[in-house]
Ligand binder design. Sequence first.
Ligand SMILES: Cc1cc2nc3c(=O)[nH]c(=O)nc-3n(C[C@H](O)[C@H](O)[C@H](O)COP(=O)(O)OP(=O)(O)OC[C@H]3O[C@@H](n4cnc5c(N)ncnc54)[C@H](O)[C@@H]3O)c2cc1C
Length: 407
Amino acid sequence: MFPTEAKVVVIGGGVLGTSAAFQLADDGNEGVVLLDRGPIASGTTPFAAGQTGYLTNNKAWLPFTAWSLEYFENFEERTGYPIDFRQTGSLRLALTEKYLPDLEARIEAGREYGEEFEMISPEEATKLAPGLDASKAKGILLVPRDGHVDPKSVAVAFAAAAKDRGVSIHTNTAVQDVVLVDGKVKAVKTDKGTIQTDWVVLAAGAWNRQFAGKIGVDLMTVPVRHQAFVTAPLPNVSHEQPIVRITEPQIYVRHEAGGLLVGGYGYRPLSFDMDDFPDDFEIPALASDKIYIDQLHRAATEFFPALKDAVIIQERRGLPTIAPDAKLVVSEIPNAEGLIVASGCMVGGISKSPGVGRVIADIVGGKKSSLPAETLRADRFGEEYADDTRLRSKCEQVYSTLYLDVI
Ligand SMILES: Cc1cc2nc3c(=O)[nH]c(=O)nc-3n(C[C@H](O)[C@H](O)[C@H](O)COP(=O)(O)OP(=O)(O)OC[C@H]3O[C@@H](n4cnc5c(N)ncnc54)[C@H](O)[C@@H]3O)c2cc1C
């Protein structure tokens, strides 16, 4: 039966919405409803590379990323469902002196957090990732606890665990409107009926800004296209090899089913206004940009020569959301009491999903979060990006330098 009342309605069954629904229910909240207009994980989530990355160069942010990593390490104990988290470790290569301070800042942040990290030689790096030519690296940082996971399995596991805790899940249910009365959330209108509620979590991925705009909220996060590709199996590629992240060409390369998965930033950044798509647009219909893929392929071949003749068997692309200061937005909206937004995933929503869900459950629970939630407020931007063109151009620029200015 379709519910007519709820304590919290979560809009969007991607990795952020499902994490929120699970953690709300796990905290003991009754009356949580999760809605998606498609099946679970029908937006950008299933196309992700699923990599976790927690060792930032920003000390203040590390408690959030480390908490999320620890969650992945104990995912089955926490939710009851396995997710095949492959903790392969990662290598971060700086090719020029300019980015050595970034590696050092990460080591320093980790040390303050109580973990020691080491730089390794190009020879050691190639031993760990046999197809890698690391000879041009000026510095290589090894992060043993990083890894990757099948991204869809995370959303599916969160959803299954949420259902076990009593969350009422309705897929193929499109949310049409959020009703606000005197600046407070009162109801959610869907194509299946209206649900009275005091809380709404907007986790609609690429559609967040468009949806928020319809109810009078100017949300400063913009969907920006991100692409990756996967090759057919290659010699010398092992499922145990670490993720390789190379700072200056801004690429990442990891194992996928015997081949390599390659993605990167700065290649033809393109933002979107979701109003420019037809109403029935879905992420799988996003057009491939072959030039982006070619540029990425060429950039990665310099470091993984076997890629030169590799057959590309899959392209992955989607619309992650970018904020102009490169940080998440996870926040109640000041002039819309009861409306919480989860956006600005910064192409890291899988990795950050446990922390995002935690912050949302803390907001609903009226608790001061143990994570640095204050920095994620939606009202932190002021008037600077009130102009849409300016906002989009800034978000494209942030996306295109994500590995260069990373936090
Ligand atoms: C190629 C690629 C590689 C990536 N690699 C990584 C990586 O290695 N690590 C990492 O952490 N992240 C990665 N990402 C980013 C990651 O995919 C995103 O951060 C994450 O999936 C965002 O999840 P979400 O829940 O916000 O959005 P989505 O997964 O898009 O979910 C939003 C959901 O909302 C639903 N919805 C929208 N409007 C409505 C409505 N009106 N009513 C009901 N439902 C609605 C949609 O159907 C959808 O299911 C990558 C992304 C891409 C494209």
